[in-house]
Design a protein around this ligand. Structure first.
Ligand code: GAL
Length: 658
C-alpha cells in the first residue's frame, strides 16, 4: 500500500541497487519512474536508449519492487521543440510564446505534439507493456498544471473554430446562442472567430464559456488518445493519472477520469494550503501553517474519489518542505504519517511519496525527499517506517469502501461560470464549496462529491453550494430522490450558454422551491451584515440575493430588515447569501437532523472518517486532545492509538459489531 517516486536517471547507476533494497526494507511496494525522462530515452529523433531503463527496472524489480511506468510527455525535449516550434503554447494573458526550459511546454491543440506524444508513448508502451514487473501506468504528469489547459496559439484558434462549427452547425445559431448582437460582435463565418483573449475589456461570457469547454475537450482528447495507446500494448495493466487539485485543471475532471482504471492525486497539503489560504487572516492560517487545514487534503481526497466513483491512489505525497509555494514550511513531526493515514481513511488504496532522495541540482533542489541529498534519512523516512509497521499490524484493507449519506454536487462547469462572471471579487467558487465541505466535516459527516449525472438514490442530504447551471434531467432526479436539498446562491440562475434564465433565478429549481431572485448584489467582504436563524445572529456577506417567495415557502433566516435569506419548501432549502462557518454548521446540522443523519460537534481540529468497519480519528492540533467518550463507547475498540490523542496523532477504532 506504499510506494515511491524515483528518478534513476538522476543518480549514478552504482546507487540504484542500494536504493532499491532500502526502499523494499522501508516497506515500499511500488516505484513510479520515467515521467520526465524523454531526453534520456530519445536523445535525437528516432535514436532510442532504453537499456539504462531496462537495467533500472531489473534492479528495482530484483529487490521485489513493482514498477509504475509513465509516458514522458510532460517534458518534450529540446530537439523536438526545435523541430516543431508550434508545440509551444501561447500565454493567453500576454500573447507571448511560453518557452522551453521547464516542463509542460506544449499546446494541447498542436497536431505535431499529439502525433509525437503518442509516438513516444507507443514506443514506451510497446517495450514495457507486457513486462512482468511493470504493473501499472501513469499518463503524462499532472495534466494541465502550470495553467496549461488554455493556449492562445493559432493552432488553438483553428481548432476552436472547428469545434464551434461542430457544436453550432451554422453561424446564425452561434450568434444567437452567444448574443453577439451586443457590442456589434456578430460573425458571418466560423473562420472569423477569435479566441476570447487579449481583448480591450471583457469578452462575451458565452464565448469564454465555449472556449473553456473547447480547451477542456482538447485536454481530454489528448489524454484519451494516450490511454488508448497504452492499453493497446499493456492490456493487462491498470492506467492512472496523477491529478492536481480539481479546480486547477480547468478541465472537466469527471470526463478526464472516465477512461482511467482509477484516479491518483498528488497531495501537497502545505504547498497547496499556502496558495489556497493566501488571503486568509493570519489567525486562521498560522495554526495550520505546518499541518495544512484539517479539511484541505480530505477535500481533494473526497473529490478524487468522486470523479471516478472509486477508490484512488496518492501518487505523490509531500515528505517535507516543497520549493514552489509562496512560503514553504516544514511539516510538523508526525504529519507525513497523519496525511497518509488520512488519505487511506478517505478511500486511498496506496500512498506513494515524492521523492526518494532530494535532488542536489536543478529546479527542485530545495524540495525535500524521504532521504536528504547526502543519503541520510529525513524526518519523513521515520514516519514512513512507522506507517508501514502500522499498516502491517492494523486490520485496514485496501479495496474497502467509503460510504456516505451526504453529497456535494460539484462540477468544473460551475467553477467556469463563476470565474467568467465575477460580479463580486470576493465570490470564489472554491472557497464557497470548501466552506460547506468544512462545515460538514466539522459535524463528523463523510461527504461524497458527485456530478449532476450521478445517481442520487443513496443520499439523504444533497448540497449544491454553487450550481449556476441546472438541467431538467437533474431536477427530475431531485424530484424522485428521498434527499433533503440545500442550494446556495446563484443556483439555476444561468442557461447553458451563460445567459440569464427567462423566469429569473433559480430557474428550473422553481419546480422544487417556488421562489424568484429579484435582484443580486455583491458587497465587500469586510462589510458583512447580520443573519438571524433560530434566534441566533450570524454573518451574511459578499453575495446577496433579494427573494420573492410564493405561498407555502417557509422563511428560516432573515436579515436586519427581516427580509428572507434562507427559505424552505418541502425538502428543498435555498440560501440567498454567502454566510459564515458557524451558520453553516448550525444550519446544516438542522437539515441533517430532518434527514435523520446523526451529526457530532467535533472538538476543534479533530476530524473523523469512516471507511467500512473502521473509524479514523485525526488530531490536527498542537495540543493533546481526548475523544468524546460518547463517540468511543458507541463505536468499538481501538486498533491503533487510544482515546487520548497526542498532537498530530491519530487513532483507529474498529466497530464493535463487526
Ligand atoms: C508535483 C509534480 C512533481 C514535482 C512535485 C514537487 O506537482 O508532479 O514532478 O514537481 O510537484 O512538489
Amino acid at each position: 500500500m506504499l510506494g515511491i517516486c524515483y528518478y534513476p536517471e538522476h543518480w549514478p547507476e552504482h546507487m540504484w541497487q542500494k536504493d532499491a533494497l532500502e526502499m523494499k526494507k522501508l516497506g515500499l511496494e511500488f516505484v513510479r519512474i520515467g515521467e520526465f525522462a524523454w531526453s534520456r530515452l530519445e536523445s535525437e529523433e528516432g535514436i532510442y536508449s532504453f537499456e539504462w531503463l531496462d537495467r533500472a527496472i531489473e534492479t528495482l524489480a530484483s529487490a521485489g519492487l513493482k514498477i509504475i511506468m509513465c509516458t514522458p510527455t510532460a517534458t518534450p525535449p529540446k530537439w523536438l521543440i526545435d523541430k516543431y516550434p508550434s508545440i509551444l503554447p501561447v500565454d493567453i494573458n500576454t500573447g507571448n510564446l511560453r518557452g522551453f526550459g521547464s516542463r509542460r511546454h506544449y499546446d494541447f491543440s498542436s497536431p505535431d505534439y499529439l502525433r509525437e506524444a503518442l509516438k513516444i508513448s507507443e514506443v514506451v508502451a510497446e517495450r514495457y507493456g507486457q513486462h512482468s514487473d511493470v504493473v501499472g501506468w501513469q499518463t503524462d504528469n499532472e495534466i494541465a498544471c502550470h495553467d496549461t489547459c488554455h493556449s492562445g496559439s493559432s493552432n488553438a484558434r483553428q481548432a476552436f473554430q472547428k469545434w464551434c462549427k461542430q457544436k453550432y452547425s451554422d453561424i446564425a445559431s452561434l450568434n444567437s446562442a452567444w448574443g453577439t448582437v451586443f457590442w456589434s460582435m456578430e460573425y458571418q463565418d466560423f473562420s472569423q472567430i477569435e479566441l476570447p483573449i487579449l481583448a480591450v475589456t471583457e469578452t462575451n461570457p458565452a464565448h469564454q464559456l465555449a472556449y473553456r469547454r473547447f480547451s477542456s475537450d482538447q485536454v481530454i482528447q489528448f489524454h484519451d488518445s494516450m490511454i488508448k495507446v497504452i492499453k493497446k500494448h499493456a492490456p493487462n495493466s491498470w492506467v492512472t493519472h496523477n491529478f492536481i487539485p480539481m479546480a486547477d485543471t480547468q478541465t472537466d475532471n469527471h470526463a478526464l477520469a472516465k477512461n482511467l482504471d482509477f484516479v491518483s492525486y498528488d497531495n501537497y497539503p502545505l504547498g497547496r494550503s499556502d496558495l489556497f489560504f493566501a488571503n486568509a487572516p493570519k489567525e486562521n492560517f498560522k495554526p495550520y501553517m505546518r499541518t495544512g487545514h484539517p479539511d484541505y487534503s480530505s477535500y481533494a481526497f473526497d473529490q478524487s474519489r468522486g470523479i471516478s466513483n472509486n477508490n484512488f491512489w496518492i501518487m505523490e505525497q509531500q515528505p517535507g518542505p516543497v520549493n514552489w509555494a509562496n512560503h514553504n514550511p516544514r511539516p510538523e513531526k508526525g504529519m507525513v504519517r497523519l496525511w497518509s493515514w488520512q488519505a487511506f481513511a478517505h478511500g486511498a488504496d496506496c500512498v506513494c511519496f515524492f521523492r526518494w532522495r532530494q535532488a542536489p541540482f536543478a529546479q527542485e533542489q530545495m524540495h525535500a525527499g524521504i532521504k536528504r541529498n547526502d543519503n541520510s534519512p529525513s524526518q519523513a523516512w521515520h514516519e514512513v517506517k512507522q506507517l508501514n509497521a502500522e499498516l502491517q499490524q492494523s486490520i485496514f484493507k485496501a479495496g474497502s469502501k467509503v460510504k456516505s449519506k451526504v453529497a456535494i454536487v460539484t462540477g468544473t462547469l460551475f467553477q467556469w461560470v463563476t470565474e467568467i462572471e465575477i460580479q463580486g471579487k470576493s465570490y470564489s467558487h472554491l472557497e464557497v464549496e470548501f466552506s460547506y465541505y468544512s462545515a460538514l466535516r466539522q459535524l463528523g459527516l463523510a461527504v461524497d462529491f458527485i456530478s449532476t449525472e450521478d445517481d442520487l438514490s443513496q443520499y439523504d442530504m444533497i448540497i449544491a453550494p454553487c450550481m449556476p447551471i441546472v438541467d431538467q434531467n437533474f431536477i427530475d432526479k431531485c424530484k424522485n430522490s428521498k434527499a433533503h436539498f440545500v442550494f446556495g446562491p446563484r443556483a439555476g440562475a444561468k442557461t447553458k450558454e451563460l445567459s440569464l434564465v427567462p423566469n429569473l433565478g433559480p430557474g428550473l429549481l422553481q419546480q422544487l422551491i417556488p421562489i424568484k431572485v429579484l435582484s443580486t448584489e455583491t458587497i465587500r467582504p469586510d462589510c458583512s451584515e447580520s443573519l438571524s436563524f433560530n434566534d441566533r445572529k450570524y454573518e451574511s456577506c459578499c453575495w446577496r440575493e433579494e427573494l420573492e417567495i410564493s405561498a407555502g415557502v417557509e422563511i428560516l433566516a432573515i436579515d436586519e430588515k427581516a427580509d428572507p435569506i434562507v427559505v424552505k419548501y418541502g425538502r428543498t432549502h435555498y440560501i440567498a447569501s454567502l454566510t459564515c462557518d458557524h451558520f453553516l454548521q448550525d444550519f446544516l446540522s438542522s437539515v441533517a437532523e430532518k434527514a435523520k443523519i446523526n451529526t457530532l460537534r467535533l472538538p476543534k481540529d479533530i476530524r473523523i472518517m469512516q471507511r467500512e468497519n473502521l473509524t479514523f480519528v485525526f488530531n490536527y492540533a498542537s495540543e493533546p486532545q481526548s475523544l468524546p467518550t460518547k463517540l468511543v463507547d458507541k463505536l468499538g475498540h481501538f486498533v491503533l492509538g487510544s482515546k487520548k490523542l497526542a498532537p498530530y496523532d491519530l487513532a483507529i477504532i474498529q466497530h464493535a459489531n463487526e
